[in-house]
Ligand binder design. Structure first.
Ligand code: SF4
Length: 365
């Protein structure tokens, strides 16, 4: 059986960024202790149900570094004691650039962490202020150099596109900042106003769809000029440095999510934990989210990737995979070349197509 991805949701933040919809609460010592206990219990319970190897581990949040290197190590040790981690390829920790130290990176490296992901969002102080971020570009620079000193070279930074009054020059400054840090991976998202966030209640004027699309294509071009190849709608990497964990999601493979708000996909079933830390600590049951893993879902996920949907993989995964692929191919051929590339073995969305990927996918299914 294939090895799986494991996602640990660490639901703690020191404040709430006004655009953010992720589940998090303010940490205190007791809460962190109880949370760690609950995560370890879930790891043990799952290991009795799923006898699988672990391909990747991803600590996301929230702000995972707030549980300290000891918290990260405790969880990793529990995973190692209960699952086969002999062939684990990647262990990532998301970090907040202004609350990490050199010691943190040194210690998590010893525990097995080999990848760090940080939210830079922008290298421009005005944009960071607009986003309510508490860090500066200099904090990111220091955090990257701490991580590298500790021997963790596989670092990803997040960039935000489509901010209020954002210009190409501002974006170029952020792109150049990342390139100068010589990190191998960049995620670049268009800002969306999520319901029930402070941004949703303010009268914020973001660039319109056309302007955001122009900025998206601009960033993509500038990143590619600097050796970052786009491999997914919002993700770029140097050769061979794609996020192994996120590829688990996009290739329709299985993963276990542990923590309040974390989602899982195992043995064709989807389930999740409520966004409620207290309930998670008290042992709340998982919530059934129905069946998953059908062809439509596989198509939708794979078309997020630049390489696209591959006929051979469809045939291996589904009894009628080749027929379903050929049906999608017929429909894809009616979409203008500007948005989609096809040959007899593959369907892939182009850069321009990524901007209207939902429309394209609904035309194919
Ligand atoms: S953006 Fe990150 S740091 Fe800010 S509230 Fe959301 S999870 Fe926390």
């Amino acid at each position: 059986m294939d090895a799986i991805g494991m996602y640990i949701h660490v639901p703690f933040c020191l404040g709430k960024c006004p655009y953010c919809d992720f589940y998090s609460v303010y940490p205190d010592e007791n809460l962190v202790k109880e949370y760690l206990g609950a995560v370890k219990t879930r790891i043990r319970e799952y290991s009795l149900i799923y006898k699988r190897g672990i391909k990747t581990v991803y600590f996301g949040g929230g702000t995972p570094n707030l549980i300290g290197h000891k918290g990260i190590s405790e969880i990793l040790n529990e995973i190692k004691e209960n699952f086969n981690t002999e062939n684990t390829e990647e262990i990532t920790v998301e970090c907040n650039p202004n609350s990490v130290t050199e010691e943190f990176f040194t210690e998590v490296k010893k525990a097995g962490v080999n990848r760090i992901s940080m939210g830079l969002q922008s290298a421009n102080s005005g944009e960071l202020k607009f986003l309510g971020r508490k860090h500066s570009a200099e904090n990111v620079l220091n955090a990257v150099s701490f991580a590298k000193k500790a021997g963790i070279e596989n670092i990803s930074l997040d960039l935000m596109i489509g901010l209020e009054n954002q210009t190409k020059e501002m974006l170029l400054n952020s792109v150049e900042f990342c390139a100068l840090l010589d990190i191998p991976h960049i995620s670049s998202y268009i800002l969306k106003i999520e319901e029930n966030t402070p941004f949703a209640k303010r009268n914020i004027v973001l660039p319109d769809e056309d302007a955001s699309a122009e900025l998206y294509l601009f960033v993509s071009k500038e990143l590619e000029k600097r050796g970052y190849n786009q491999y997914e709608i919002s993700n770029y990497s140097k050769e061979g440095m794609e996020s192994r964990h996120n590829l688990v999601y996009w290739q329709g493979k299985e993963y276990l999510g542990i923590g309040p708000g974390a989602h899982s996909f195992m043995e064709n079933k989807r389930f999740y934990y409520e966004r409620d830390l207290k309930a998670f600590i008290e042992g709340a049951a998982i919530v059934d989210d129905g069946e998953g893993g059908d062809f439509e879902e596989f198509l939708m996920l794979n078309l997020r990737l630049k390489r696209g949907l591959i006929k051979k993989e469809c045939a291996e995964k589904f009894i009628d995979g080749e027929i379903l692929f050929n049906e999608a191919l017929k429909k894809a051929k009616k979409i203008p070349d500007m948005y989609i590339e096809t040959d007899s073995e593959r369907i892939a969305i182009t850069k321009e197509g990524f901007l209207i990927s939902n429309t394209i996918i609904s035309m194919l299914i």
